[in-house]
Write a protein that binds this ligand. Structure first.
Ligand SMILES: [Mg+2]
Length: 337
């Protein structure tokens, strides 16, 4: 590489003067030093993004930088944790300074927006891959775990679902004939949701003491819900007509030619939405509605948890007549729930 490892780190990622509460020593020494707030416990999450697998090869470096951080902050949000700092391990095929500058710009656009300092990192040469580790703090009794849900709890999801799935169809230029007349503004929105997801950090922290369980929707609602059900030993009834859709997906769902089925498939199974899925006791519905107004973020009640295992999908009160749709493996009666 034209620049050695330390030159790269210094030029694009070391930011002297960045102050963050509890950060005693940031990037540049053998390890960072960070104080943990009194009475809180450390929440740690790490994710690797690989070119061609987690983002298209032609994704912009700005978007890759944003998303690599966003998916990790989303995991902290899903625990109800407040981010303290992140580390970044970059494997790069070459020291492309234009690429690095744009990557750093995307990464810090999100980091600075949440006041999250980069406290350490590493760079090596190889096929493009990005690993971020996020460190957060949460009072241990208030952490939003997956195993705290109870039967009859209501299931909520934040924001809208399925936009990233639609965005991926655009990004991969999939031949979907009914997308032909799709309004350009909705297309821009879907691509932004795919490439620059919003970690729901304020919501996650506000759900402390309200939610009985929570997780983020990274792999698709049905698959992620399956993990929550397995952890809590419960089943669920999902009301598909309540799934929160963006105006673009509403528009598509009204088109013919299998569009509604495709929209449902994106909302249920495409993943990459990074919304929060959470359960609350029935008496907490008002608290959730107040939170939605306070955060100006839609929080939709999409069903409830049941003591009977498995998953029951309904549309307007009637069973949704599809046999194991969307590859989901956790239907009622299946042995793995
Ligand atoms: Mg997660």
């Amino acid at each position: 590489m034209a620049l050695d490892e330390f030159g790269l780190i210094r030029r694009y990622f070391a930011r002297p003067g960045l102050e963050s509460p509890g950060l005693r020593l940031g990037i540049g020494d053998d390890a960072a030093l960070l104080d943990l707030p009194a009475g809180e416990t450390l929440a740690v999450s790490t994710d690797t993004l690989v070119a061609g697998r987690h983002f298209p090869h032609d994704a912009t470096p700005f978007d890759i930088g944003w998303k690599a951080l966003a998916v990790n902050l989303s995991d902290l949000a899903a625990m109800g944790a407040r981010p303290l700092g992140v580390t970044l391990a970059l494997t790069l095929p070459e020291a492309d300074e234009v690429w690095l500058a744009a990557f750093a710009e995307g990464f810090f656009a999100l980091a600075d927006g949440h006041g999250v300092p980069l406290i350490g990192g590493d760079t090596t040469r190889g096929p493009l891959s990005i690993t971020v580790t996020a460190l957060g703090a949460v009072p241990p009794a208030q952490a939003l775990r997956r195993d705290g849900a109870r039967a009859d709890d209501l299931l909520f999801v934040s924001g809208t679902l399925g936009d990233a799935g639609l965005g991926l169809a655009f990004a991969l230029a999939q031949p979907l004939s009914w997308l032909g007349e799709f309004p350009p503004a909705h297309r821009v929105h879907a691509l932004a949701r795919l490439h620059r997801p919003t970690p729901r950090l304020a919501l996650g922290q506000a759900l402390r003491g309200i939610a009985s369980a929570a997780m983020d929707v990274s792999d698709g609602l049905l698959q992620d819900l399956g993990h929550l059900l397995a952890a809590s030993g419960l089943g669920a009834e999902l009301q598909l007509e309540q799934l929160p859709l963006s105006p673009g997906l509403h528009y598509l769902a009204g088109e013919g030619g299998g569009a509604r089925q495709q929209v449902l498939s994106w909302a249920l199974a495409a993943g990459d939405d990074y919304e929060l899925l959470f359960s609350v006791a029935p008496g907490q519905r008002g608290a959730v509605e107040a939170l939605a107004r306070q955060l100006d973020l839609p929080l939709a009640c999409i069903g409830r948890l049941t003591s009977a295992g498995g998953l029951c999908l309904t549309w307007d009160g009637r069973p949704w007549e599809h046999e194991r749709p969307f590859g989901y493996q956790h239907f009622r009666g299946a042995p793995d729930v």
